[in-house]
Design a protein around this ligand. Structure first.
Ligand SMILES: Cc1cc2nc3c(=O)[nH]c(=O)nc-3n(C[C@H](O)[C@H](O)[C@H](O)COP(=O)(O)OP(=O)(O)OC[C@H]3O[C@@H](n4cnc5c(N)ncnc54)[C@H](O)[C@@H]3O)c2cc1C
Length: 409
């Protein structure tokens, strides 16, 4: 039986580990936190996931929360100012609903499931000497450590990394009591140009169904004031104040909010980074990175957990297809390139939204308000951002694309 060791019990590592168990591999998963620590810890993400990504979980009988988790049924996109006027305003249902299960629920449940299905769970903070040991003992070591420090083993890819500093200060607030929308549950995206974005959607946390407030604050701007926050209550109050001030069209839904729990808040910054996939250990042994450890995006488009699921599905097939052959550097490189073939479109979509929107994107958003079929194309792109190319990124292609919808209408 081939032995695979995975570092990191997040979306990528656990999904891949459980998938490999189902294909008959001997899998060890190393986590620097126990299930209890994850469950009782701080929120880590808003983890909205869409149909394709949740589908890979369903394939492995891992979508335990399909009934309990409130669906994210569509997208509502608005651009407006502090005066409350929203010149861009379109909405569309998605082809299939998405969902967001608090990782504090999902990861501990999957850790238990991993062990139940025969996996070996080791609690340790893996450093380079440990990786040497795991590499000597296993046929393949995969590093799925997310933003963990051990990921520095993978060299930054300067060509593929568009930025070298964070473009947003990111804040999460898990709340109960948000007034439901009147049409459908949605990924609500509001943009206040030059200031930041407010994204919210329903989720499932320890205390039941909730909503997550994501504020994406342009550094140095008026929403970038999280450094002064010193308590969960202060964080909560600031989130509501910023919504009232900069996204007043959403304020009415926020009159009766309360925090889900004292650890239902998070603030920080992410430098979007793409890394080279093969990590070389001092002995010359090689390890392969995956998901956030290699392709880390700002959460503005809510794609990282989706990426991790898709990366896990792709790596699993590549490992199985490779049979009994050695998992050498060439295989690692090729396996990552196959993933990058997908992930580069996510990175492009995400990075586009971190900068002021190009004119064709504004034009597309304007046309979405007039044309439900076009709006549906954009809404469904959250499930598969590849579908935005080439028209999202090129003015002439955008005109042609918009026109094709006008003819059809
Ligand atoms: C504020 C915010 C909001 C987000 N919202 C969304 C969203 O709405 N939709 C979406 O799709 N994505 C979202 N994301 C991104 C998403 O959470 C991540 O992309 C996803 O969790 C990545 O999965 P992963 O398995 O690569 O890493 P992670 O989920 O980070 O898991 C890595 C695991 O490895 C462990 N680890 C690290 N180092 C070591 C070590 N040395 N030894 C052992 N274990 C180690 C960590 O403790 C962790 O448990 C958001 C992220 C943030 C920060």
């Amino acid at each position: 039986m081939r032995k695979i060791t995975i570092i990191g019990a997040g979306q990528g590592g656990l999904q891949l580990g459980i998938g490999l168990l189902s294909r008959g591999y001997d899998v060890t998963l190393v986590s620097n936190r126990t299930a209890e620590q994850i469950s009782q810890g701080r929120v880590m993400s808003s983890q909205s996931m869409y149909d394709m990504a949740v589908g890979y979980e369903r394939d492995l009988d891992l979508a335990f929360w399909d009934d309990a988790c409130p669906p994210i049924s569509g997208v509502h996109f608005r651009v407006g100012g502090s005066d409350g006027v929203t010149p861009i305003d379109w909405r569309s249902p998605m082809r299939a609903p998405g969902q967001s299960v608090d990782q504090r629920i999902k990861m501990p449940a999957w850790m238990a499931e991993f062990e139940r299905r025969g996996g070996h769970l080791v609690i340790a903070d893996a450093g380079v000497p440990d990786l040497e040991r795991y590499a000597a003992d296993a046929d393949l070591v995969i590093v799925a450590s997310g933003k963990g420090a051990v990921g520095a083993l993978f060299e930054r890819d300067a060509e593929r990394s568009q930025f070298d500093a964070p473009l947003r200060t990111v804040s999460l607030t898990y709340v109960h009591g948000m007034k439901p929308r009147e049409d459908f549950t949605a990924l609500n995206i509001s943009v206040n140009p030059g200031i930041g974005e407010y994204v919210n959607f329903p989720s499932l946390t320890h205390t039941g169904a909730c909503d997550i407030i994501n504020l994406e604050c342009i550094p140095g701007g008026p929403m970038d004031c999280w450094q002064e926050v010193d308590s969960p209550e202060a964080h909560f109050k600031l989130a509501v104040k910023l919504i009232r001030e900069f996204f007043p069209w959403e304020a009415d839904r926020c009159t009766d909010l309360r925090l889900t729990d004292a650890l239902g808040t998070l603030a920080g910054r992410i430098t979007p980074t793409v890394r080279r996939p093969v990590g070389k250990l001092p002995s010359g042994a090689v390890v392969l990175g995956m998901a956030d450890a290699l392709v880390l995006n700002d959460p503005i488009t809510g794609q990282g957990s989706n990426n991790a699921s898709k990366c896990a599905a792709l790596y699993m097939e590549a490992i199985v297809q490779h049979g009994d052959e050695a998992f050498d550097e060439a295989w690692m490189q090729a396996t990552f390139e196959a993933y990058w073939d997908y992930a580069k479109w996510v990175t492009r979509f995400t990075n586009t939204h971190l900068l002021p929107p190009p004119p064709q994107v504004l034009k597309i958003f304007g046309a979405c308000g007039e044309n439900p079929a076009l709006a549906a194309r954009v809404a469904n792109a959250f499930d598969d951002p590849r579908s935005l190319a080439p028209w999202y990124y090129d003015a002439a292609e955008a005109d042609r694309f918009i026109d094709s919808f006008a003819v059809a209408a």
